[in-house]
Design a protein around this ligand. Sequence first.
Ligand SMILES: Cc1cc2nc3c(=O)[nH]c(=O)nc-3n(C[C@H](O)[C@H](O)[C@H](O)COP(=O)(O)OP(=O)(O)OC[C@H]3O[C@@H](n4cnc5c(N)ncnc54)[C@H](O)[C@@H]3O)c2cc1C
Length: 399
Amino acid sequence: MSIEIVQQKCVGCQLCIKVCPYAAMEMVNKIAVIDFDKCTLCGACVSECKFDAIVLRRHHEDKEKLTAYKGVWIFCEQKKGVVQSISYELLGEGRRLADRLGVELSSILLGHAIVKADDLIQRGADKVYVVDAPVLENYQDEPYTNVCVDLIEEHKPEIVLIGATTIGRSLAPRIATKLRTGLTADCTSLDIDDETRNLLQTRPAFGGNIMATILCTDYRPQMATVRHKVMKEALIDKKRKGQVILKEYQKKSPSLASRTTIIETVEELSSTINIAEADIIVTGGRGIGKTENFSMIEELAKTIGGAVGASRATVDAGWIPYSHQVGQTGKTVCPKVYIACGISGQIQHLIGMQSSKIIVAINKDPNAPIFKIATYGIVGDVCEVVPALTKAFKKALGK
Ligand SMILES: Cc1cc2nc3c(=O)[nH]c(=O)nc-3n(C[C@H](O)[C@H](O)[C@H](O)COP(=O)(O)OP(=O)(O)OC[C@H]3O[C@@H](n4cnc5c(N)ncnc54)[C@H](O)[C@@H]3O)c2cc1C
């Protein structure tokens, strides 16, 4: 792409100077001039100029380059050789997008002594690119990035999806930077624009107050990270057939080099169930009053076989560790039952739990926003309602 000023049309109104986010415009002899060291070709000045005096040209060659990219790819996340459920969610969504585009769905699987490629085919992949090397056994930024970049440059997929997990949030921006393409982080829904075949990448913006749909029109591949638990897992079809392609690397290949060495992996130990995987979650909000009252939340969760969640207000107050936080800056969850105790229901919390099947809200304020999305609402003091519920469940379950 290139940008230029049509001098005959420029009236020196300076609107382009005001709108340029990169301070790349200046006036010389009452005519706009672009500082190409600063200009990013964002096009803000083009749409603002009322006199058609700034032209953004997309070269024919650029368009041809874009059409050379074909297919949808997903990065399959594994830990200790176990495929993580986010990968099955990406396969489900990737299959849907690939079918809309009429292209193949492929998966990248990196690790050491991995045998899960057929599993990915049964979940919807047409091809699985496997790279097996000792250095890839556990996630490491450099070799994982290099190998993914090598594969993407070689096969040129038009879309690459990665889970918005701890690993994905580290890997995706590194790949996008090396490929000099865009990345939309933390998407909650994806779709295809039928006319342009562009990927419509939707995610919360401005503190979760609006949902923004982002497009990557001029670069390929289009890359997005996708939140855990917002998309349905692909179902298993044992009869599905596909291709497993092994990519070999020399032992000393620079792509496998890493400046870090994993000395030890320490897992966070928790007496309760991981909220991202739980079928039942009991969540405590600021309304529970103090850190000690998380014990009544824990007791209810334990009684009904659930996990303990928390609002950001309680995490920020130091009442409970961050790993329990549900919401925009915490985890997205989709349990069968979500019991919100003393939670107001701000949008940033709702983003993380509103797709739960049954939502029970307990709040002393009958006008609390959480009641708008609740399946069942109990208006009352959590310190009375929660112990009463625990007692009733214990009796009903014979505990
Ligand atoms: C960029 C950004 C990201 C954010 N990310 C997250 C996130 O990931 N997760 C998240 O949770 N928040 C997040 N927040 C914060 C969010 O906006 C809210 O501040 C937070 O969710 C409020 O937590 P709360 O509902 O526990 O507390 P409050 O909003 O203070 O609500 C407490 C509720 O308890 C009720 N109550 C009080 N006493 C009792 C009682 N005795 N019995 C019954 N009910 C009672 C009150 O009526 C009230 O409705 C984010 C904010 C921003 C700006």
